[in-house]
Design a protein around this ligand. Structure first.
Ligand code: SF4
Ligand code: SF4
Length: 165
């Protein structure tokens, strides 16, 4: 497997697992909230970014783009992987204030920026999702950052499980 392939695979797998973790915490709030944080204009980056387009091609090949609504449906986002990292970064006041402890809040905030941090400085100062040419990717840096994100996610998941038991 080429370095780029390995990076796409690690990132996609990481995104699916972190999304599941975030969903566990956020769903009880978002599921009954009338506000719609998503906007089709935000969805667009998932198509415009060659890296994200590749992640969703591999990990969510059946997701269908809607010209008016993007990935948004009446029940939430239909894109399982390859979402813009900014979609995970936003945590509203309701969700943050409802966390049972400062530790739980920090854990959630760390989860929310996992993909953003993993993709930093992918080529020069540009983020992974901003690259137009994936051949210029700094594979060594990205591989290290993804490994760090993986170990952070595993630790955060362990804490989440032990707090639920
Ligand atoms: S993030 Fe907050 S404001 Fe947005 S849908 Fe969820 S609960 Fe509502
Ligand atoms: S979470 Fe999905 S529907 Fe919402 S803005 Fe992001 S890509 Fe679009």
């Amino acid at each position: 497997m080429s370095e780029l392939n390995a990076i796409i695979e690690s990132y996609g797998q990481l995104e699916i697992e972190m999304r599941q973790c975030m969903q566990q915490v956020c769903e009880p709030f978002c599921g009954r909230c009338q506000a719609t944080c998503c906007r089709p204009v935000y969805c667009r980056e998932s198509l415009d970014s060659p890296f994200l387009a590749e992640v969703h091609r591999r990990f969510a090949p059946d997701a269908r783009w809607d010209a008016a609504l993007g990935w948004l449906t009446s029940t939430g986002c239909r894109l399982a992987a390859g979402r813009p990292p900014v979609c995970y970064e936003f945590l509203c006041r309701t969700i943050l204030d409802a966390q049972p402890s400062p530790q739980a809040r920090s854990r959630l905030e760390a989860l929310a920026v996992l993909l953003t941090d993993a993709g930093r400085r992918a080529a020069g100062r540009r983020h992974l999702v901003e690259l137009t040419d994936l051949d210029c990717i700094n594979a060594g840096r990205l591989t290290k950052q993804l490994a760090l994100a993986r170990s952070l996610l595993d630790g955060l998941r362990k804490e989440l499980r032990s707090n639920q038991s």
